[in-house]
Design a protein around this ligand. Sequence first.
Ligand code: NAD
Ligand code: ZN
Length: 353
Amino acid sequence: METTMQGLVFHAARDVRVEEVPTPTLVEATDAILRIDKASICGSDLHPYTGRMDAEDGFTMGHEYMGTVVEAGASVQQFEVGDRALGSFFACCGACWLCRRGEFSKCLGAQVFGLGMAFGDLGGTQTEYARIPMADLTLRKIPDDVTDEQALFVGDILTTAYDAVRKTDLRSGDVVAVVGAGPVGLFAMMSALALGAAQVVVIDKVASRLALASSLGAIAVNADEADAQDVILELTDWRGADVVVDAVGHESALKAAMPLLRMGGHLTIPGVYMDDEFEFPIGELWIHNTTIHMGVANIQAHVDEVLALVRAGRIDPTALITHRLPLEQAAQGYELFASREALKVVLEPGATR
Ligand code: NAD
Ligand code: ZN
């Protein structure tokens, strides 16, 4: 391997560039080096990109990826050179009290790939190669009958969305509402259907995203044209939705989500809130016996279930891909995604390799 490689480097909001950076090497015996075959741009990459989240200059970006193992540390048992693998967007220690409980995303030593110092200072995956800590836990082998693109989102947004629905009390026949038809919202809708929901209502304002939601089996509601609460009440004999997903991470979405819930319903919030502060109607939620779930998705705990659903054809993640670009054009991909012209952008580091 060359000592340098191409990688997308964050400089400042709206300033990301593909540059020559050092090729990662094994640090711990539990590490693997993955050649990135496909990477993608996640809604969470937009937080530093749009300036919503402060980040320092100079780190490689990206945490949604799949590839081929090119080196494995001496303690790695599950992977050999040449194995195709997908990986979680974060690595965790696997040994602490929380990891032993299976609550991997709460590990105090967790590091997210490619989000800079605040998230553990781990290199990104919108690069030609990446160092994967705790490879046996972070990575999963991709079965031969699952394609690269089918596997790409399983380590991040698909399983994030699945996790958000899976940890509620969803039962067969339930009605689910999803606020936000971005990738997380659309995958939450597909997960809810796979987990037994009778109907899923998806709410957004972007017509192309709503059209896709509808073609994938949802009841699509354009918030500019109709009142989502009316639609839900009518569907549920005036009960309200059993589960509501905030797949946005913005006060406006939370405010839109709450009136859709039935008495005793579950509100689940994969959308990211950072230092946001606003009024929260705790009394109303208390009276309604609402259960709330939120936080970083427990990928390592649910990734096998999701991979099995994808492999069986129950969820087709490729339905969300709108653009494929060589890594060199990653900055253009960010603009396409940030402007909502693109839904999922696949970056191919190997395109010019
Ligand atoms: P996205 O920005 O592409 O999608 C958000 C969608 O919500 C857009 O289509 C937008 O039009 C819509 N929207 C915005 N405000 C709305 C409102 N008030 N009502 C209805 N629709 C509204 O992003 P994404 O990739 O789908 O990600 C969504 C969120 O999930 C982001 O905050 C991302 O960081 C987060 N995320 C969380 C985790 C986790 O572990 N919890 C992991 C990955 C991503
Ligand atoms: Zn992500």
